[in-house]
Design a protein around this ligand. Structure first.
Ligand code: ADP
Ligand code: MG
Length: 569
């Protein structure tokens, strides 16, 4: 994408009628997005974002881009005033992030005032203009550095209802920080910095590639879990970026940063292609993460489908899907070739035994101290005990000398993990994790974490604040399945169910919740050996009949019941 140095014109009605309309300014981060996109379109080599009161009082974005000439500055604020397209046909070959001429006009309509100061490098003087609502004061000449600075004051001053919908200062700042960190991944050659109430929050110097920026978005240590994907445009689509190694996935798509020609987008189609590259090597409900920039000819993608331009439509969707899947597939193959030892993971029946370490095949099993026995062919318990298989990958059917047993695999595993944790069978101080895991917590989850971090630590779970909404899990009880450990889920549980204030109650509650969020779930395939082991371990429990929440774990059909059912009595 290259800088556009053109004059600003107001688009004609034919063109504006074809523009996807809708609200674009919702909160401070939407203002920052529009302004930063303008700076990037202007070819800036650095962009400084400054907030006051989380952006509610003031948002300023400053750049060293090509600037706006004196005569055009007022037009920049006009609805549909743009230098980026001139007619409706241009809508199908957009090379810039903006193109509708609505960004600045929408901001001016939402804020108490917008001040713009701009100077093209070739001019001696800059121009300053202030818009208050629909009133735009006359442009005046001022001394100014080359580039543009836009200052937006008091967002939603005239619409208190909308202002009341804004979150706390900290949360709005966090949203801006997350957005900037993400967009910075797609624009490594541009330096970015974020300031809040006069303090620098972070700054990223210009870099050759996004490697140095990965840690800011994905957390410290993420470098080791991300592998590069570089597929130069073969045919029409090129793919660049980093994707998580097999085994280093996440419980949601929040870690998938997607760009299409430098535009930060949300795209179920691209996400699906991304996941497809992992095929059987990732569990349902787990997602790869990283950053991908998909590059294609501007006329092969329609960017005019959503008011905030966050969604795009591909003309040849299948080609793009294949290109992304293949590129990621290549990256993963290159990685496993380099490092065979890295956790190959599969829950596909049959494949599970073939490869991978204990941790990756059925991680929570190792919590039970049982996995070593499981790996060998020696099945614990009576030789007459056999697993017959799973029903709906949720219920395990076991036969023994006395009849049939049906286990709820999740409830059963919960009971086992609960008693194991309770009995302190696990060593409380687990070893530091090879790749400490970073998780994002909502402010509510973070608050809950504060109330129970001592209890968690006592269980061998070490969590440390890692800046903004990121938390780092440094240690889990030894043998504990890292993959399944779902901190956010545990915290939601604790917050969502009432418990008395005393520590004993909280502890019991935590044990049940940690057990619940660390074991096999419904709809997971288990090998026959895993099924038998689960049953044997359940039998060894003190209270095998129910899970820690009181639901039944198994159902028995013995010969007498079968006789009754078949009217043989
Ligand atoms: P759009 O980005 O869709 O064109 P905007 O309302 O965001 O619409 O901006 C209107 C015009 O103002 C842009 O087309 C561009 O010419 C000019 N402009 C806005 N911000 C900047 C900037 N930071 N540097 C240079 N020109 C800018
Ligand atoms: Mg714009």
């Amino acid at each position: 994408m290259q800088a556009t140095i053109g004059r600003i014109r107001v688009l004609d009605e034919d063109t504006t009628a074809q523009i996807a309309a809708g609200e674009i300014i919702e909160r401070p981060v939407s203002v920052v997005k529009e302004l930063v996109e303008n700076s990037l379109d202007a070819g800036a080599s650095w962009i400084v974002v400054e907030l006051r009161d989380g952006g509610r009082a003031e948002i300023a974005v400053h750049d060293d881009g090509h600037g706006i000439v004196h005569q055009d500055l007022a037009l920049a604020l006009a609805r549909h005033g743009t230098s980026k397209i001139t007619c409706a046909a241009d809508l199908f070959s957009v090379r810039t992030l903006g193109f509708r001429g609505e960004g600045l006009a929408s901001i001016a309509a939402a804020a108490a005032s917008v001040e713009m100061v701009s100077r093209p490098a070739h001019e001696d003087f800059g121009t300053r203009i202030v818009a208050k609502g629909s009133h735009v004061a006359a442009a005046e000449r001022v001394a100014a550095p080359a580039g543009t600075k836009v200052t937006v004051r008091e967002l939603f001053a005239a619409t208190p209802v909308r202002r009341d919908f804004l979150s706390s200062e900290k949360t709005e700042l966090a949203r801006v920080s997350v957005f900037l960190g993400r967009i910075a991944l797609g624009w490594p050659a541009v330096a970015f910095s974020l300031h809040s109430d006069g303090r620098e929050i972070w700054s990223l110097p210009a870099a050759k590639d996004p490697v140095d920026r990965l840690e800011m978005v994905f957390g410290k240590g993420s470098r080791g879990t991300l592998v590069p994907a570089h597929t130069p445009a073969r045919g029409v689509v090129g793919v660049e970026g980093f994707t998580s190694r097999i085994g280093a996935d996440r419980p949601n798509r929040a870690g998938q940063v997607l760009f299409v020609n430098g535009r930060l987008v949300r795209s179920p189609a691209l996400s699906a292609a991304w996941s497809a590259a992992y095929a059987a090597r990732i569990m349902t409900g787990r997602y790869p993460y990283g950053v991908l920039n998909v590059k294609l000819e501007p006329n092969d993608v329609d960017v005019n489908v959503h008011p905030t331009k966050i969604e795009v439509r591909f003309l040849a969707a299948a080609t793009v899907f294949d290109a992304v899947r293949n590129s990621i597939g290549d990256a993963l193959r290159a990685d496993t070739a380099n490092e065979e030892s890295l956790t190959a993971f599969s829950m596909v029946p049959g494949a599970a035994q073939a490869r991978g370490s204990d941790e990756t095949i059925l991680p929570a099993m190792s919590l039970l101290g049982e996995f070593e026995g499981l790996k060998g062919s020696s099945t614990a318990g009576s030789p007459l005990t056999r697993a017959l298989g799973q029903i709906d990958q949720t219920f395990i059917v076991i036969s023994d000398a006395a009849g049939l047993l049906i286990l709820d695999q999740h409830a059963a595993h919960e009971r086992i993990a609960f008693e194991a944790l309770q009995a302190q069978q696990i060593s409380p101080a687990g070893p530091a994790m090879l790749f400490p895991r970073i998780v994002e917590l909502t402010p509510d989850q973070a608050a809950t974490l504060e109330t129970c971090s001592a209890e968690l630590a006592a269980m061998g779970i070490a969590v440390e604040h890692f800046g903004d909404s990121a938390y780092r899990i440094n240690a889990l009880p030894s043998g504990y399945g890292e993959r399944r450990f779902d901190l956010a889920g545990i915290l939601e549980d604790i917050a969502g169910s009432p418990h008395d204030d005393h520590a004993g109650d909280l502890r019991r509650h935590l044990l049940a919740s940690v057990a619940c969020h660390s074991v096999v779930r419904a709809h997971e395939a288990l090998s026959m050996q895993e099924q038998v082991t689960l049953y044997e371990r359940l039998r060894a429990c003190r209270e095998p009949q129910t899970c820690p929440h009181g639901r039944p774990t198994m159902l028995r059909l013995d010969a007498a019941q079968l006789k009754g059912a078949f009217k043989r009595t």
